[in-house]
Design a protein around this ligand. Sequence first.
Ligand code: UT7
Length: 321
Amino acid sequence: MTRRAILAGTGSALPRTRVSNAELAERVDTSDEWIVERTGIRFRHIAEPDETTATLGADAAKEALQAAGLQPADIGLIIVATATPDNTFPASATKVQALIGAPDCIAFDVAAVCSGFLYAVSVADAMLRTGAARHALVIGSETFSRILDWEDRTTCVLFGDGAGAVVLSAEEVEDDRGILATRLHAEGQYCDMLYVDGGPSTTGTVGHVRMQGREVFRHAVTNLASVLGEVMADVGLSAEQIDWVVPHQANKRIIDATAKKLGLPSERVVLTVDQHANTSAASVPLALDLAVRDGRIKRGDLVVLEAMGGGFTWGAAVLRI
Ligand code: UT7
């Protein structure tokens, strides 16, 4: 018997307001054609003032708890991956804890931007296997619309808001169910390629997203193909054995190029970038929830999650559902 973190349930939440490329083009110097051709994005959801990283995260968490058949009191660990917390402190995880009515437990945030969910899953996996908790809520939640420079067309058309959540449960298993391997990376020398030009300790302001898109694109394809190779080697499996890849949804061209490098057919890749745009730490759990709920990802499937973002940071996880 091996103690492993099992995927027990998934959930997601999107802001009420959905904005098309054409609607965006009414206030930004861009076009539906440019956005679709360069990124694959068609829509994004934008949070209203009453919708925050914590409220969206709590809504996604409630869905995941329901799917897992658990109550808030069963949860011993809450991790929120976000780069857009409601407040500098306390951690959004504690706000989610209060909103869902979970009693005393471990709650903290992880900041690794678009890779945040992979970092959070990796930390939760280790904590569950070493007995820190029996059930964990791992949430990716973002309101990137609040840190976009709406005058900068090279960034503002790319992002959206939303949240995704999973319940991971520690179980003694005899088969290969659960999280089988995770790999994380960071190369801080590239921190100026994708960053926010503000913060409490520098400008005292929240700041806006700045990105050298082409450089990020180049690194993303190389790093993602490489980390996917690493996790598959860790579990002694080949790309042909993967049932589903749930990639970070930044750009359809990055997703296609990475799949091609690994020889993975596009039918085995979950794609939501057209509907959600880049929701940073929320993109992988949002896509995972969609594919679980529509029946594509089922019990017994081998699923690989991957993401890359500011830092640079990147990572991957392989799990048997
Ligand atoms: O979550 C991880 C972080 N993010 C990413 O992974 C994103 C990575 N990068 C990308 O996805 C792509 O680099 C972008 C989508 C950001 C840009 O695509 P690109 O093919 O690299 O375009 P580009 O930056 O080279 O710009 C090409 C042209 C430029 O015009 P000129 O200089 O060729 O005349 C831009 O000014 O497209 C222009 N442009 C736009 N035109 C219409 C840039 N943004 C827009 C826009 N609408 N929104």
